[in-house]
Ligand binder design. Structure first.
Ligand code: NAD
Ligand code: GLY
Length: 359
């Protein structure tokens, strides 16, 4: 059975997340969200696997063009963005065209930014193909490319018209990418839903074996939580920052290891362990909460040991993070599994201890 989760926003910006197993290829799947032109943005690996199905879902569209971009974070650039715009212009796409982002977060972010800006904004459909993209990057309207000075420095908010969340695509996702995506799923339990966290504890083995029914359940709850947070605070003026739980630490881990050693989800997993340690030190969470988080992350195959990263370099990298406001570092801390809040007065020594995990 297919599910629908609505992201409810003002004006005409509301949209559905259509969730199921084996959705891609359904002939009328995209009809309600496209006009008579569409540009599919993808990469070669994903195109080989899923472009034929997506083409079948676009049979009602008169003109379907495809742009394949390079694979990986190094291609989330202004050059790639320009290549997508060139294709839209060369193929004479008009203001009623739809950009269809078929891929992981890299494709979704850069294709989304092209859709946000081509002719001041055209339609966008997200078809996420990684677990991270299914539960996080395809929902919420953040689009961006990187700059040599930092990640996601150039971008726009541009909500899609629909997100097509087909768990069937996860069958081909490499194991390491899959496990990295689980970090974001676990995050939703920690920040908003203790019952979901407990469900993850009892279903982790099913998820690791990629049981479709369990994947649908986990992705549904993750998307419901993200949809609610985005509906409450579309432009990250307030509550949406809770989605960054573990991410300030995680981004610093990625930065001090030159974005080469860890996948984003791996760094976030380690960052969440540090954030739990900090929460215990600040008296907001119990040792038991921190231990449950550490154990679940470990069971999902993500490292929780100290990562051999330089604590001082981490502190410096955290000072550069976008989540610093008015010169004060704002960290999301856990107030017991299922609830988080912002702490802006964390003593540096406490932060140092949390990064070192008590070493
Ligand atoms: P990714 O897009 O690089 O995909 C990971 C790898 O998996 C790639 O090599 C890709 O070709 C391959 N792949 C994708 N789907 C596949 C499938 N079904 N089968 C086999 N291989 C497949 O990485 P990602 O983790 O999906 O996304 C990371 C990006 O997302 C980062 O740039 C990050 O900044 C961004 N992001 C954005 C948001 C947002 O709100 N916009 C949120 C979180 C992350
Ligand atoms: N990935 C964080 C957000 O969408 O706000």
């Amino acid at each position: 059975m297919n599910d629908r989760i609505d992201v409810t926003l003002p004006g005409e910006r509301s949209y559905p997340i259509l969730l199921g197993n084996g959705l891609l290829g359904t002939p009328d799947l995209l009809e309600a969200y496209t006009g008579n032109q569409a540009l599919v943005v993808t990469n070669a690996a994903v195109a080989d696997l899923y472009l034929p199905q997506v083409r079948r879902s676009l049979v009602s569209v008169d003109q379907v063009d495809v742009v394949e971009i390079g694979d990986g974070e190094t291609f989330k650039t202004l050059d790639t963005y320009a290549a997508i715009l060139d294709a839209l212009i060369d193929k004479r796409h008009n203001r009623s065209t739809t950009v269809v982002a078929l891929g992981g977060g890299v494709v979704g972010d850069v294709a989304g930014f092209a859709a946000a800006t081509y002719q001041r904004g055209v339609g966008l459909v997200q078809i996420p193909t990684t677990l991270l993209a299914l539960v996080d990057s395809s929902v919420g309207g953040k689009t961006a490319v990187n700059h040599s000075a930092g990640k996601n420095l150039i971008g726009a908010f541009h909500q899609p018209r629909a997100v097509i969340a087909d768990v069937g695509v996860l069958a081909t996702l490499p194991e390491r990418e899959f496990r990295a995506g689980l970090a974001e799923v676990i995050k939703y339990g920690i920040i908003a839903d203790a019952t979901f966290f407990a469900w993850l504890e009892s279903h982790m083995d099913d998820l690791l074996s990629r049981d479709p029914a369990s994947l649908v359940d986990a992705i549904r709850r993750s998307c419901e939580i993200k949809a609610q947070v985005v509906a409450d605070d579309e432009r990250e003026q307030g509550r949406r920052v809770i989605l960054n739980f573990g991410h300030t630490f995680g981004h610093a881990i990625e930065a001090v290891t030159a974005y080469e050693r860890f996948l984003h989800g791996e760094a976030v997993a380690a960052g969440m362990v540090m954030a739990m340690d900090l929460s215990v030190r600040l008296g907001r969470s119990t040792d038991q909460d921190a231990e449950r988080v550490r154990r679940l992350i470990e069971r999902s195959g993500l490292a929780t040991e100290t990562l051999d990263v330089d604590v001082e370099a981490m502190l410096e990298a955290m000072g550069m993070d976008k989540k610093v406001m008015d010169g004060r570092l704002r960290l999301i801390v856990c107030d017991g599994i299922g609830a988080v809040s912002v702490a802006s007065d964390v003593p540096e020594q406490t932060l140092r201890q949390a990064i070192a995990l008590g070493r």
